[in-house]
Design a binder for this molecule. Structure first.
Ligand code: NAP
Length: 323
C-alpha cells in the first residue's frame, strides 16, 4: 500500500474523534502516531481500536504531550509527513474561567504548529468547529458558509471563544511564521455517530445521553448541524492529502439542522425501545433554525457524508449497547 511510507500524527488520541481518525489511518495503511496527556490512557485507545477491527498495532506509536506544555511535541512530530490536530478541551459545561479552555486551545494549536513547522511537516489539518463560524450573526435566512466568522468580541460561551481564537491564531501563525507549512481547517458541526470503546464526547453526552436519560427537560432555542464522526475522520484524511484543501477552512455537516425536540422525536420514532425516560419536549419556532452549507466539502473534497439521522441513531445504538 502506498501509504505505508507516510507518517501521520493525530493529537488527542483519547478523544471521540481522535480514535476514529486513528482507526481510519491504520485501515488505510499509514504509520500512525498519537499524543495523549497521559500514557496510562493508552489501553482505552487500544480497546476502542480493537472494537473497530484493528488487530495489528505495530504501526501505532504513543507519545505523552499536553497542550499546555512544550515537552515532547518536537519528538512526536519529528519525521511526520502530516499532523491532524484534534486535541482541544471540550467539557460538557463551561468553566468559570474561560482561560481554562482558551489557553490550551489557542496556545496548544500554536505549539503543535510550531513543532510541525520546525520538523518540516508538509501539512497540518486543524480540527476547528462550526463554533468559529456561526455564533454571532443572527440574521434570518442566512446560510452560514466558510466566509463567516464568529465575533469573539461578542458575549460567548468559553468553548466557542476558545475554538474561534485558536483557529484565528493558527491562520495568523501560518501567514506570518509558517515558512511553507500548509494548513487546512475542518469546521465540524455537532459530531455524533458510534462511540468506539465507549469513548464519548460532550456532544454525545449532552444531546444523546441527556435526551435518552431524561436529564434534558426543555428544548433550548437553538438548532445544530449534525455530522457522523466517521465522516469527520474521513474529511480530515481527505483534507490532509488533497492539494486543493491547503489554505482552506471547510465546514463538515450533513444536510439540514435539528433542534433537541427533533432529535427526541427521531429516537421516539426509530428507537422506541430506548425512549421510556425521554421528557416531553416542545418544538421550537422556525426562526431559530440556523442553516449552514456543506457545498465546499462536497465540491472541493468530493466528500459524501451520512445523513444526520444515521449519525444520531448510531450514537444511540452504541451507547445503549454499553448501558
Ligand atoms: P473529546 O472526546 O473531548 O476529545 C478532546 C481531546 O482533546 C481528548 O483527547 C483530550 O484528552 C484532548 N485534550 C483536552 N485538553 C488537552 C490538553 N490540555 N492537552 C492535551 N490534550 C488535551 O472531544 P471530540 O469531540 O473528540 O473533540 C475533538 C475535536 O473536535 C476538538 O478539537 C473539538 O473542539 C472538535 N469538535 C468537536 C465537536 C463535537 O461535537 N464533538 C464539534 C466540532 C468540533 P483527554 O482525554 O486527556 O482529556
Amino acid at each position: 500500500m502506498e501509504n505505508t511510507k507516510t507518517t501521520v500524527l493525530v493529537t488527542g488520541g483519547t478523544g471521540f474523534l481522535g480514535v476514529h481518525t486513528i482507526l481510519q489511518l491504520l485501515q488505510q495503511g499509514y504509520e500512525v502516531r498519537t499524543t495523549l496527556r497521559s500514557l496510562s490512557k493508552k489501553d482505552n485507545i487500544i480497546k476502542a481500536l480493537e472494537e473497530g477491527g484493528i488487530t495489528d498495532f505495530s504501526k501505532l506509536t504513543f507519545f505523552e504531550a499536553d497542550l499546555t506544555r512544550d515537552d515532547n511535541w518536537g519528538e512526536a512530530v519529528k519525521g511526520c509527513d502530516y499532523v491532524l490536530h484534534a486535541a482541544s478541551p471540550f467539557p460538557a459545561q463551561d468553566p468559570k474561567d474561560e482561560n481554562e479552555l482558551i489557553i490550551p486551545a489557542r496556545d496548544g494549536a500554536l505549539r503543535v504548529l510550531k513543532a510541525a513547522r520546525d520538523a518540516g511537516v508538509k501539512r497540518v489539518v486543524l480540527t476547528s468547529s462550526f463554533a468559529a463560524v456561526g455564533y454571532s450573526i443572527n440574521v434570518e435566512n442566512h446560510v452560514f458558509t466558510e466566509e463567516d466568522w464568529t465575533d469573539v468580541n461578542a458575549e460567548l460561551p468559553a468553548y466557542i471563544k476558545s475554538k474561534t481564537l485558536a483557529e484565528k491564531a493558527a491562520w495568523e501563525f501560518i501567514e506570518k511564521e509558517g515558512n511553507g507549512l500548509e494548513l487546512s481547517v475542518i469546521n465540524p458541526v455537532g459530531i455524533f455517530g458510534p462511540a468506539l470503546g465507549g469513548i464519548t464526547s460532550a456532544s454525545l453526552d449532552i444531546a444523546v445521553t441527556g435526551i435518552l436519560n431524561g436529564t434534558l427537560n426543555y428544548t433550548p432555542t437553538f438548532t445544530m448541524g449534525v455530522v457522523d464522526v466517521r465522516d469527520v475522520a474521513d474529511i480530515h484524511l481527505k483534507a490532509m492529502v488533497n492539494p486543493k484543501a491547503a489554505g482552506e477552512r471547510i465546514i463538515a455537516t450533513s444536510e439540514g439542522v435539528m433542534s433537541f425536540y427533533d432529535v427526541a422525536e427521531l429516537f421516539r420514532k426509530e428507537r422506541p425501545q430506548y425512549t421510556e425516560n425521554i421528557q416531553k419536549l416542545e418544538p421550537i419556532e422556525k426562526e431559530f433554525y440556523k442553516e449552514m452549507s456543506n457545498e465546499k466539502a462536497k465540491t472541493v473534497l468530493n466528500w459524501n457524508p451520512r445523513s444526520r439521522d444515521e449519525a444520531l441513531l448510531a450514537s444511540a445504538d452504541s451507547l445503549m449497547k454499553k448501558s
